[in-house]
Design a protein around this ligand. Structure first.
Ligand code: PLP
Length: 353
């Protein structure tokens, strides 16, 4: 058989690998940064009030009700908000819309592993910048000419965040390119740069309902940016799919936003469990980074990450292990309920003995 040209030209992509989704309910699942608590009771009320006949109709094309609710929450206008099927979809749309220069885009070497996947898929040149031995991002690395910048704040899987000074310096030094700040974990952190959208017309901030709002299964994400940038993202989106969010996703997301008390209480619970767990792990000889997220990034002084990962797994506790340079002796552990974390700590103390 002769070699087909189209086959030779096939893009050689390595898709993103998500945390395993085991079928067994008894598994304690701390490997995908999901929220251990259910979404707001207001979300439940929406779902229970649904009639099947409603599914007949197409959803709103631009999720206008949700965009208005989001805009109000952060003090912007609807024209400053874009919604997509999870922030992965929102980020991919932004990459497509804004990263089209011959110059490489820049991002940290230790970061969300979806970025290289999109760059390969969309043929975007990129260059990674090494974080230091403590996984801290050096602002000086992001002052060279580039085709765009993307940084998660707080970063994943390191769990470390940067403050306003860093973000402002980044924006000041990159006025000719688009800067995307991926705030997937921001609700567990200390600083969101959404406010800066009013000041910088080259800033795109992405967030999600997947983590702090317990709606990962619903796929709702958003971007905040100048009206001009949002219009480009909407144009890209409408060029291949004119109905980004389904009707149920839109309504449940709006319901979630309407329950600020529940949202705050859940986030505070996760943060308290996180800080308690980190303290106990440090007492067992772990180096635990100062997390601003709903997960811990940790390394043991003697035991290998692989060994601990395997032991936990044999005991029905799934955490995330990345077999990658620089981080292959670290574990990423999602914060579960207090009960789940107690069980995990018990297993850790067994293997640390
Ligand atoms: C989880 C995550 C996302 C995307 O989550 P969605 O469920 O697609 O909204 C984006 N960026 C980072 C850094 C994440 O960890």
């Amino acid at each position: 058989m002769s070699e087909k040209l189209w086959r030779k030209n096939l893009i050689n992509i390595e898709p993103y690998v998500a945390g395993e989704q085991p079928k067994n309910d008894k598994i304690i699942k701390l490997n995908a940064n999901e929220n251990p608590y259910p979404p707001s009771p207001k979300v439940k009320a929406i779902l229970e009030g649904k009639t099947i006949a409603e599914l007949r109709k197409y959803p709103s094309a631009d999720a206008s009700v949700l965009r208005a609710a989001l805009a109000e929450r952060v003090g912007l206008k609807s024209e400053n908000v874009f919604c997509g099927n999870g922030s992965d979809d929102v980020l991919a749309t932004a990459f497509r819309a804004f990263f089209n220069s011959d110059k490489p885009i820049l991002y940290p070497d230790i970061t969300y592993s979806f970025y290289p996947v999109w760059c390969e898929l969309l043929k975007i040149p990129y260059k990674t910048k090494s974080v230091d031995d403590d996984f801290v991002i050096n602002i000086e690395d992001f002052k060279e000419p580039n085709g765009g910048v993307v940084i998660p704040n707080p970063n994943a899987p390191t769990s470390l965040g940067v403050g306003e000074k860093f973000i402002r310096e980044l924006l000041e030094n990159n006025q000719d390119s688009i800067v995307i700040i991926d705030e997937a974990y921001v609700d567990f952190g200390r600083y969101s740069c959404v406010e800066l959208v009013k000041e910088y017309d080259n800033l795109v901030v992405t967030q999600t309902f997947s983590k702090s709002r317990s709606l990962a299964g619903m796929r709702v994400g958003m971007a905040f940016a100048s009206a001009e940038l949002i219009s480009y993202m909407q144009a890209v989106k409408d060029s291949y799919n004119s109905y980004p969010l389904d009707q149920i996703a839109i309504e449940t997301a709006v319901a979630s936003l309407s329950d600020e008390d529940y949202f705050k209480a859940t986030v505070e619970k996760v943060k308290a469990t996180r800080d308690r767990t980190a303290k106990k792990m440090r007492e067992m000889g772990f180096n635990v980074l100062d997390s601003e997220t709903n997960f811990l990034f940790a390394q043991h002084e003697k035991l290998s990450a692989k060994e601990i990962f395997t032991y936990l797994r044999e005991n029905g506790i799934f955490v995330r292990y990345f077999n990658k340079p620089r981080i292959d002796n670290f574990l990423r552990i999602t914060i579960g309920t207090d009960e789940e974390m107690e069980l995990m700590l018990e297993k850790l103390s067994e293997i640390c003995k």
